[in-house]
Unconditional design. Structure first.
Length: 307
């Protein structure tokens, strides 16, 4: 059996989504993860993960999933073991026979495009176990990335305090999301630049949790997320992401990435995800030449990522 889930990209709502703000997020067209599962005539389950450069992780588990019998990365194997054990508790019949799991990423796993969240969705597709239950017992986070991968289209995502019809329960809240049309006419003038720096999202979230966030700030972030898909011009889009950066800057008590590193850039720059790592977003046609001159070689156009 084979399955596929797209990667993800949060356009707005980083950090604040944890406080109930609406976040705008998109699946990454052409960038995702595949899973193949087959039975093995063996006493051990076998797991192998590959990306564009080849095999990067491998592990074997005892038939009852109580032991990691071999691996190339112990910490990674522990996470996989915990997820499979949780699935086994819910669906023991899936493990009566030893299983062979093979995953393949068609993007750089350091990009932050959702290698973990897409894996959760893939295992949910295979097992029938709730993706949010699997997330709660593994990687954690706000859950927006899982919602995007399941919807496979742009969404407005929110962790609500109020139960919605058919909404899952996640960490005592109710993840809700609605599909939106995010196909800006100016997407060919929006670029994503990989900073070649990886932030530990869990550590950054811990720091954020210590900050004071007002209901007004959450409301404005939500309004920005709602307004972005309706933008009719690049100028309007730039104004919204500038305001977003200023609010998060005040909450985190740190300068924006544009103030700190790229003050001479003529367009607008926005952090994506945990500040200080992964990708940044930059507007205007000058972006590729400008950032290449700064030594950043991995630059994507938003137009190519949209469905």
């Amino acid at each position: 059996m084979s399955y596929y889930a797209p990667g993800k990209l949060m356009i707005s709502g980083e950090y604040a989504v944890l406080n109930g703000a609406k976040a705008l997020a998109i699946p990454t067209a052409g960038y995702g993860q595949s899973l193949w599962v087959d039975e093995l005539a063996s006493n051990t389950h076998y797991w192998v993960s590959r990306d564009q450069s080849g095999k990067w992780f491998e592990a074997t588990f005892s038939k009852d999933l109580q032991q990691i019998t071999g691996t190339t990365n112990q910490s990674q194997a522990v996470v996989i073991q915990r997820i499979l054990q949780f699935i086994q508790q819910q669906k023991p019949e899936l493990f009566y026979q030893a299983q062979y799991f093979k995953t393949h990423l068609n993007f750089d796993r350091y990009w932050g495009f959702g290698s973990s969240s897409s894996l959760i969705v893939l295992l949910s597709q295979w097992s029938g176990v709730s993706a949010f239950d699997l997330l709660d017992n593994s990687f954690g986070g706000s859950g927006y990335d899982v919602a995007v991968a399941m919807a496979n289209q742009a969404v407005l995502y929110q962790l609500s305090e109020v139960k919605q019809m058919d909404s899952p329960v996640y960490k005592g809240k109710y993840p809700v999301w609605q599909p939106v049309d995010f196909q800006p006419d100016f997407s060919d003038r929006i670029f994503l630049i990989y900073r070649n720096v990886k932030q530990n999202s869990r550590d950054e979230i811990k720091k954020y949790r210590q900050k004071t966030v007002t209901p007004s700030q959450i409301q404005i972030i939500s309004q920005i997320s709602e307004a972005l898909p309706a933008c009719q011009s690049l100028d309007e889009f730039e104004r919204l992401i500038f305001n977003h950066e200023q609010i998060i800057s005040r909450i985190l008590q740190r300068p924006t990435v544009q103030q700190e590193l790229f003050a001479d850039y003529p367009g607008q720059i926005k952090s994506l995800g945990a500040w200080g790592g992964d990708f940044i977003l930059a507007t205007r046609q000058e972006a590729p030449a400008y950032f290449q001159s700064k030594g950043f070689g991995q630059i994507l156009c938003l137009k190519d990522l949209l469905h």
